[in-house]
Design a protein around this ligand. Sequence first.
Ligand code: N01
Length: 481
Amino acid sequence: MQVEVLIVGAGFGGLAMAHELDRRGIDDYLIAEKAGAVGGTWRDNTYPGAACDVPSHLYSLSFAPNPFWSRLFPRQAEIRAHVEATSRPWIQRGKLRFGWPLATLEWRPERSLWRATNAAGEVIEARVVVAAMGGLHVPNWPDLPGRETFAGRHCHTARWDHGIEMRGKRIGVIGTGTSAIQVVPELAKSARRLHVFQRTPVWVLPRPDWAIPRWLQRLFAAWPPLRLVVRGAIYLQLEALSLALLKPRTAFWARWLARRQLRTQVTDPELRRVLTPDYPIGCKRIALSNDFYPALMQPNVAVETTAIAAIEPDGVRLRDGRLIELDVLAYATGFRPMDLLAGVDIAGVGGARLAERWRERPTTANGVAVPGFPNLFFLLGPNTALGHNSVLYMIESQARHVADLVDDAREAGAARIEARPEAETRFMQAIDAAFPGTAWAGGCKSWYLDEGGHNIALWVGPSLAYRWRLRRARRRDYTLA
Ligand code: N01
């Protein structure tokens, strides 16, 4: 089978890309999805309490607004249902191929196209490949000694096992990132005993969540400009947050809000002390929650701050020798952002492997393309995640950029679109120059950084600046041949 554009992944990214191709009248494309359903991260992350921390009217694709969001901060099931509804026209048009896990991509220079194969050896040839596989999709199972020996049940927040009975059980949650902050209050409701293993405390801001009344939903449906105004207002408010992350000294109000919440919700001074972060707010992803601290105050919940020595059949052994006996162990230990290619073997010009090229650090031109790998584009690739605003804005900026390039190549009769090496250098220099002095460079450990402390994940600046950069980059940063 041969298509002009192969989109890999049917999450928000894949749908945004398909929409941009449709807008330009490019119909010869296919979306290949490894799983049996759409939704990407919102299909996979089903742990209790999973929700988005960006308000719903902004956290929607611009071309698929939903006036009927039930809450300001949507829950996983509602977002998943929304992605499914959005994808329906493409499914009806036969544009989606489910159960197609991409395994290899090989550039065929003689025909200027990519040869994609899946795990079963099936082949799709494509002029252009857009990898919309998501930024955080490979769960991080920590390297704790004895992990395989645990005799109870276990799961990871990113692959929740709903078959595990949690009620009345002794549960351990490892990690206190944004996933843990959401799952802990839910588990605390019915656990016999819940142990939260914290290595580093996280900054927690109040979550101004509320149900959107039916009359307002109907008003949003009847009068779309209102929805646009609300969307724009949320966007600008979050965009203003970038200042606090770029210039941490200006984040005094956020520190004050977080400390006030900690003071009022945690009355035990020792617990308050261990929950107080010692790094700039925003260095790690800021958590939004009203019920995390109250959950930790419940009599059936304990925060363990002693380091984990090993996992044993009966539970978690701490460095001070104590054994915390458990029936269930939940890993809220995040993702492996360096596994960007998710095991896909990509061979570009001259057989060069992208995994090898990115071994030390994933570098790109504009976060979307790599010299030596023509006609291959990434959505939400390296250095395009955000710490302050909706990543859907970044995804849509990239989808437009890529579709414009495909359109340009069509018009020029070109078979190859390739990022210039100097574009890659320019982009990485811009990222690195902007990084020092930001909250993210504040000395904490986060998935934004690699072992060497390089920023591998974040766009360093307002999202508007990224969209502007992509608009200018089109003519300057690529060769069409
Ligand atoms: O993962 P994380 P996450 N022993 O990497 C700990 C998005 N997201 O799944 O901080 C003990 O942030 C680790 O400890 P430390 C969002 O972009 C969005 O929570 O490294 N602990 C940390 O506490 C977010 O940033 C929403 O010291 C270990 C935790 O595990 C991203 O996903 C909701 C350990 C991992 O935290 C990832 O969040 C949820 C070990 N060996 C997630 N290894 C929204 O609302 C790791 N840890 C949209």
